[in-house]
Design a protein around this ligand. Structure first.
Ligand SMILES: *Cc1c(COP(=O)(O)O)cnc(C)c1O
Ligand SMILES: [Zn+2]
Length: 410
């Protein structure tokens, strides 16, 4: 028996075969992977998972590939850190950082989704992979394509951070910078995908790609001793990670691996690009696109593909949506570094700033078990801290010069 039945429309539930498709021909709803959970339940257990590889592929029973995984074999099982210093700083008793800025080849959670998308694209027989990206996805697709010897085309907004651009170029794909924002890039890529027979990780392979996000939550549940936390705070760009968080909790429960999860899923966005949070705050029924203006460029998607599903995920879980200003983002990046020694990118600043606000507003209780998802590495967005940290003290190479400096520091 096969574990993946095919694809299914999220809206009208019409079924589709296992193919590189992503929208329903009838209602234009997004397609999702449809599993046969009865089949999976027969082989999955806590023990089978614990005996698996120390990578995201330990959850391959719940991932949509048919054969053995061929990509992202060194990715995942990232640290879950008990953040004692941060607990003191924020006045809470049980706070964890899920640090997805390390233990991935390109230092962001996007290596999870790309591991699945590229394994799948090889099963489909594509020789060229591509993506529309706000930066991290570009880095990841380019790196994985290099390993797999695939042709690679990367499409990004032309004004991305230098670190993100170079961390794509180094793998020697074709990088195309678009004069416009991510939503312009994405629109162009949808047109290109209709003409060129390529695997676009987040367009025609999106149903498969998105499933990779689940592994972040699978891991943290396992790392908490097979328990779901009370609160999970995650950032949102296209909204896929948020919706898959809920799916991962549901699936682990369905497979009998955990008790019924009661996790409140909270969504963090920048004030300069927060269409999902705005919809939650306004109690709206649809997501109004916005024009992004924020230093959190990795989250700067003004028209999120999974926006309304992210909204209902948060709402159904009893969670909140909250914004962070650019200034709060920088403060939170510095706080995480100073307390836990973790240098996160702007997206992590958004997530921690929002966590702090939710604690202050009482939405996260001081005794609650809380996990903060840190999804990317700070070395890729150093310009966000330019002139926002202390300058080095420049001195002559003489002991006297150092002593003189010391008197000024006292
Ligand atoms: C892409 C990205 C996200 C959010 O992903 P979505 O699934 O599109 O909401 C979060 N953090 C970082 C660092 C990212 O690059
Ligand atoms: Zn449909």
């Amino acid at each position: 028996m096969e574990k993946v039945i095919g694809l299914k429309c999220r809206e009208c539930e019409r079924q589709y075969p296992k193919e590189p498709l992503h929208v329903c021909e009838f209602c234009f709803g997004p397609l999702e992977v449809d599993y046969d959970y009865e089949v999976i339940r027969k082989s999955i257990s806590r023990e089978s998972i614990e005996d698996g590889p120390d990578s995201l592929w330990r959850y391959s029973d719940l991932l949509p590939i048919d054969g053995e995984p061929t990509d992202g074999l060194n990715s995942g099982f990232t640290p879950l850190i008990r953040a004692r210093n941060l607990e003191n700083a924020l006045g809470v008793n049980e706070l964890y950082i899920k640090d997805d800025s390390v233990c991935h080849p390109t230092l962001s959670f996007k290596d999870r989704v790309v591991a699945v998308a590229l394994s799948k694209s090889k099963e489909f027989g594509f020789d060229t992979v591509s993506c529309a990206s706000t930066g991290n996805l570009a880095n990841s697709v380019a790196a994985h394509a290099a390993i797999a010897n695939l042709n690679c085309f990367i499409f990004i907004p032309a004004d991305l951070e230098l670190g993100k651009v170079i961390a794509s170029l180094v793998y020697a794909p074709t990088v195309v910078g678009i004069s416009g924002n991510y939503d312009d890039v994405n629109r162009l890529c949808s047109e290109i995908a209709g003409v060129y027979p390529w695997a676009f990780a987040n367009i025609n392979l999106r149903p498969f790609y998105a499933e990779g996000s689940k592994t972040l939550c699978f891991e943290l549940i396992e790392q908490l001793g097979w328990e779901a936390p009370d609160h999970l705070i995650l950032p949102a760009a296209g909204g896929s990670l948020i919706t898959k968080a809920k799916k991962s909790f549901k699936e682990f429960h369905l497979m009998g691996l955990i008790d019924e999860p009661k996790t409140k899923i909270h969504v963090a966005q920048a004030e300069g690009c927060g269409p999902i949070v705005a919809t939650l705050k306004e109690e709206g029924d649809f997501v109004k696109p916005v024009k992004p203006d924020t230093i959190a460029k990795s989250l700067a998607i003004g028209n999120p593909a999974d926006g309304i599903y992210a909204v209902s995920t948060v709402r159904d879980s009893g969670g909140e949506g909250e914004f962070a200003t650019d200034e709060e983002i920088v403060e939170a990046m510095k706080l995480l570094a100073a307390t836990e020694g973790i240098f996160t990118e702007t997206a992590g600043g958004v997530t921690l700033a929002v966590t702090k606000k939710l604690i202050e507003s009482g939405h996260i209780g001081r005794e609650d078990r809380t996990v903060v998802g840190i999804t990317g590495n700070g070395l890729k967005t150093i310009e966000a801290l330019d002139a926002k940290v202390e300058e080095p003290h420049i001195i002559q190479p003489q002991l006297n010069a150092f002593k003189k400096l010391m008197t000024t520091l006292e």
